[in-house]
Design a protein around this ligand. Structure first.
Ligand code: ATP
Ligand code: MG
Length: 642
């Protein structure tokens, strides 16, 4: 029987019966208003056919109650939320009691605006505390929030309005990025115009930060401060929701195509997050957690807002970039607030590699027990570099918007296997399978056995219940892509070693096939990144008449000014190619290594390989609504096609 105390003892539960025992135990980590009956309803006799699963059936609970109200008695005076903004130079804190008051005011205000249980509320906001209040207020009254990353422009926003059909949109006059004011209101107004008429909201609730002038539409637009002042003492009781009612919708990053609207439940999510805070991240109530993501991403939902608060911790909301006022800002904040764990992305850490490392050493980082990284493969050179400079373990964890919490992680206390995302986490029946027939690849430890990373249903608590408003797409997209077997496909390509540690080698669609040899993009990228001159790189397979495909690399140098002329560039290109040849063999040797100053990435920091590949093959790059900056894609075109 699985023991729930230690990560290593609670990896993948083998049978449904063991799953039930495991999750019944974890369910004690949260408050239930009415107890659940069946832990898991799945398969024969269930209301819905597989792969649909229902967790904690009949139990009623509430995310806001678990994140806020239940801590009032013991932690009312403990700081719940720290807001740090290097954009507007402000630091503010809220205790659990203060957070509770703000959330109740926001909830009462939303009620006044007609928001009911089950209604959608779209949150399009910068990283300000009102965004957190709004999320928790929705959860409190049973409204379904859909947070849209504040960096998206009108078209991306309009599509999400069309899909979610919100009754209310919560927004602000402006955000700020790198010291530059970005007006939200005109983008929002334009998006509402672009949206189909039936999807337009009845009201828009606006925080006025005083950063940009705002034109408001009488009758539709409401000011946060005015609404709040009408509800200073209002009550807004918690709405008790059945565990399987939807809590929120969140769109995937759109790295591989059109974003998918992930729908999450209430009870399963709360339990999974509570279990992950204890048993994966190894954090205790009263401690501080610092996650550098954005509330617009799943990492922000789970580990800025809900996870740390459900676990009674202090959470840090950071508005700013990793580079301002200097590239030591993350570490300055660690020294100031003393978090026990930090959560960031490989992209953010690789960016820091380009700057003076004494900026790290200057700060006291002794509070940190670990730095957790997720979002993209964490290459070994970056992991070693960060570990050396930070003096704490660097722990990879692998998951998706769909899953809401890690599928794989390196257990706290275990020695990380560099380059590995860790071991499957408790509750996930992870399988390495042949993508053509779903047959398991059992030769653990033989790195030549690579396959699709799949999960056997039922998915554990906290994972997506369905695609919003599209059950058919949910089943077809995720469960029918591996022929012959009902398996959830992660669409990632991986392998594992003899100790049970897994390696994510990149997106299945990005696998490069050179003269019959299949290589994950990550394998070549990692080899290139281990060259001392390289900060980060992207590799794609480009069609080739003779070999089928060849690898083409785009590398960003740690010191771009170090290359003075074409001769130096060619010499370095040759050296990088030789290194790949020596480490991985002739098949992996890239046909070209182009040096660029940046890589095309999504707003969530993921390399857009499919777009790079399309450009190199002179095809249409497809949906680019989630791209961060089109500049690097133009550079790719310039470099490769000339
Ligand atoms: P879309 O599904 O719309 O194409 P996306 O897959 O980038 O976008 P996310 O849910 O934000 O959307 O990202 C999940 C993906 O990120 C994973 O499937 C995997 O490819 C990658 N990923 C996340 N964490 C890791 C990790 N630790 N190691 C390797 N890859 C990771
Ligand atoms: Mg995905």
């Amino acid at each position: 029987m699985p023991n729930t105390r230690h990560f290593a003892d609670v990896t993948t539960a083998a049978t449904l019966e063991q799953q039930r025992v495991l999750w019944r135990e974890h369910a004690r980590l949260i408050d239930w208003q009415t107890p659940f009956g069946e832990v898991l309803e799945y398969g024969a006799g269930a209301r819905l056919p597989p792969p649909f699963a229902r967790w904690f059936v009949g139990g009623t609970t509430n995310l806001c109650h678990n994140a806020v109200d239940r801590h009032l008695k013991d932690r009312g005076n403990q700081v719940a939320l720290i807001w740090e903004s290097t954009e507007v130079e402000r630091t503010e804190t809220w205790t659990y009691a203060e957070l509770h008051r703000e959330v109740v005011r926001a909830a009462a205000g939303m009620r006044e605006l007609g928001v009911q249980r089950g209604d959608r509320v779209l949150i399009y906001m910068p990283m300000i505390p009102e965004a957190v209040f709004a999320m928790l207020a929705c959860a409190r009254i049973g409204a379904i929030h859909s947070v849209v990353f504040g960096g998206f422009a009108s078209v991306s926003l309009a599509r999400r309005i069309d899909d979610a059909r919100p009754r209310l949109i919560v927004s602000a006059d402006a955000g700020s990025r790198g010291g530059k004011v970005i007006e939200y209101k005109p983008l929002l107004d334009h998006a509402i115009e672009l949206a189909v008429a039936e999807a337009r909201p009845a009201h828009v609730l606006l925080v006025n930060r005083g950063l940009a002038p705002m034109k408001t539409m009488p009758g539709r637009d409401v000011h946060w401060a005015e609404l709040r002042s009408r509800h200073l003492d209002s009550a807004a009781p918690v709405e008790w929701l059945e565990s399987n009612e939807p809590s929120y919708i969140l769109y995937t990053s759109g790295t591989t195509g059109k974003p998918k609207g992930v729908q999450r439940d209430v009870g399963g999510y709360a339990v999974a997050l509570a279990a992950s805070m204890r048993h994966i991240y190894d954090c205790r109530p009263g401690e501080t957690y610092f996650c550098t993501s954005d509330i617009g991403w799943v990492v922000g939902h789970s580990y800025i807002v809900y996870g740390p608060l459900i676990n009674g911790m202090t959470t840090i909301l950071y508005e700013g970039t990793p580079l301002r006022p200097d590239p030591g800002i993350f570490w300055q904040l660690v020294a100031k607030h003393r978090p026990v764990a930090m959560f960031s992305s490989p992209t953010a850490i690789r960016t820091l590699k380009r700057y003076d490392q004494s900026l790290i050493r200057r700060h006291d980082l002794s509070s940190l027990r670990a730095l957790w990284l997720a979002g993209e493969p964490l290459d070994e050179p970056t992991a070693r570099w960060a570990g050396e400079w930070l003096g704490c373990p660097i722990r990879d964890n692998y998951w998706q918007t769909e899953t809401g919490w890690p599928i794989m992680a390196t257990p706290a206390g275990a020695n990380p296997h560099y380059g590995s995302a860790g071991q499957p986490v408790f509750g996930y029946d992870v399988r390495l399978v042949n993508e053509e027939n779903g047959e398991p690849l059992d030769n653990a430890g033989d790195f030549n056995h690579k396959g699709v990373v799949a999960i056997a249903p039922p998915l554990p608590p906290g994972c997506l219940q369905t695609v919003w408003d599209d059950d058919e797409r949910f089943v077809r997209t995720y469960f029918h892509s591996i022929p012959g077997k009902l398996l959830y496909s992660t669409f990632d390509w991986g392998t594992r070693d003899a100790d049970g540690y897994w390696y994510i080698l990149g997106r299945f669609d990005d696998v490069i096939n050179v003269a019959g040899h299949r290589l994950g993009t990550r394998e070549i990228e990692e080899s290139i990144c281990s060259h001392a001159a390289v900060a980060e790189c992207a590799v794609v397979g480009v069609h080739d008449e003779i070999k089928g495909q060849v690898a083409v690399a785009f590398a960003v140098l740690r010191n771009p000014d170090g290359i003075k002329d074409a001769a130096m560039r060619m010499e370095l290109e040759g050296a990088v190619m030789r290194q790949v040849h020596d480490q991985l063999g002739a098949v992996a040797r890239p046909a070209r290594v182009h040096f660029v100053t940046g890589l095309p990435k999504t707003r969530s920091g993921k390399v857009l390989r499919r777009a790079i590949q399309a450009i190199c093959e002179r095809r249409d790059p497809g949906d680019l609504t989630t791209i961060d900056d089109p500049g690097p894609l133009e550079q790719v075109q310039q470099a490769h096609l000339g």
